[in-house]
Design a protein around this ligand. Structure first.
Ligand code: TXA
Ligand code: MG
Length: 345
């Protein structure tokens, strides 16, 4: 291990979190857990420190970072104003997996926001993340922990090879709770626009009596030079090197028949399927996605990282209904498959 490492899987050793918080204060970068995915964090007010994140990840400089806070005083120092709708979202979903876009103050360095006049902010609920921010006493800018383009890290074993030595400190909290990144929203007029779906769902927000718009890039491909509300949407993301195909039908039998038809037409196929469908496919290479949406959400990034080791001619992935957490899962899968998607009525 080239980076400093603390095993906090079973107990939260406060002294280790303090050491990591000292790193943040000194302008170093720390790999830390959140409830969604792991992040690579730096002092959000220190341009040089934030630059180290972009270098470690190989991230494009026009893709802004989310700033993580532990209290509302930090929020007031970072943003111009907090509207009524934003306040409602904060009251109901923070701390938790929701990132809200605000108009920013000038104290935030340009590299955090990719020179936009807005900033994405969230207050994580993971205890270690909260403690780290509190002990540093600073807002922490952090993208997901992965080399740019790869699936986000949901456990250290998946990302240690690509990130060891590139960060100063690693806080290992075992497997994350959720497995897909936070829901990103921006309020425009009276409506809450979903820029990236996550564990906080369309229904969760509508249940507050708010109107929701799902941005079309959540499921559709961006055209070159298309103006998008969230720069992250236009990047190649999560895709294995193997060719992947996403298949979905509301009808279980049609889904299984279509995938078996595809298997017949290709030599060496790997299938990613729900546990209850695994024995229905006529191929020897299969990976178990789990059965509930919560299981699939937790497993999906680890599975996408395993796919290439099978050297398959085609990887077929079972889709899920685009409802609730299913929208977040499909948003990640359609990107992993580079929009190679079949839906059977
Ligand atoms: O769950 C998460 O959000 C994780 C953990 C570590 O908190 N973080 C994460 O960060 O997923 P990242 O950098 O991988 O994704 C941030 C997304 C990108 O799609 C980015 O374009 C968008 O949020 N974003 C950030 N700031 C924005 C802004 N000012 N306006 C629009 N989109 C923004
Ligand atoms: Mg990311």
């Amino acid at each position: 291990m080239k980076s400093k490492y603390a095993d906090l899987k079973l107990n939260e050793d406060i002294n280790k979190i303090k050491e990591a918080a000292e790193c943040i204060k000194e302008g170093k970068i720390v790999l830390f857990p959140t409830e969604t995915v792991y992040g690579i964090g730096a002092n959000a007010l220190d341009e040089n420190a934030v630059n180290k994140i972009f270098i470690a990840k190989g991230r494009a400089s026009d893709n802004p970072l989310i700033v993580h806070i532990s209290n509302l005083e930090m929020l007031n120092n970072l943003v111009q104003e907090i509207g009524e709708i934003e306040q409602k979202l904060i009251n109901n979903f923070w701390p938790g997996p929701l990132t809200i876009i605000f108009n920013r103050k000038d104290c935030i360095p340009n590299n955090v926001t990719a020179k936009l006049n807005t900033v994405g902010i969230r207050m994580p609920s993971n205890k270690i993340a909260k403690k780290l921010i509190e002990l540093a006493g600073l807002p922490i800018a952090a993208p997901s922990a992965n080399i740019s383009g790869k699936p986000s890290g949901t456990k250290i074993e998946d990302i240690i090879e690509e990130l060891d030595g590139k960060v100063d400190y690693i806080l290992d909290n075992g497997m994350v709770d959720i497995g897909v990144e936070s829901t990103v929203v921006r309020v425009v007029g009276e409506k809450v626009h979903i820029l990236r779906p996550g564990k906080i769902t369309v229904q969760d927000i509508e249940n507050l009596g708010l109107q929701v718009v799902v941005e079309k890039q959540v499921m559709e491909e961006c055209r070159p030079n298309e103006k998008v509300m969230s720069p992250g949407m236009k990047y190649r993301h999560y895709a294995p090197n193997s060719k992947c195909l996403l298949v979905y039908s509301e009808t279980e039998k049609k889904l299984i028949d279509e995938i078996n038809k595809q298997i017949q037409n290709t030599k060496n196929v790997l299938v990613l399927a729900r546990t209850r469908h695994l024995d229905k496919y006529n191929t020897t290479s299969k990976l178990d996605m789990g059965d509930s949406l919560e299981d699939i959400s937790k497993n999906i990034f680890t599975l996408l990282r395993k796919v290439d080791s099978y050297n398959a001619d085609l990887v077929i992935i079972e889709g899920v209904k685009r409802e609730g957490l299913g929208l977040a899962i499909m948003n990640r899968l359609i990107r992993a498959c580079e929009h190679n998607y079949i839906e059977i009525d």
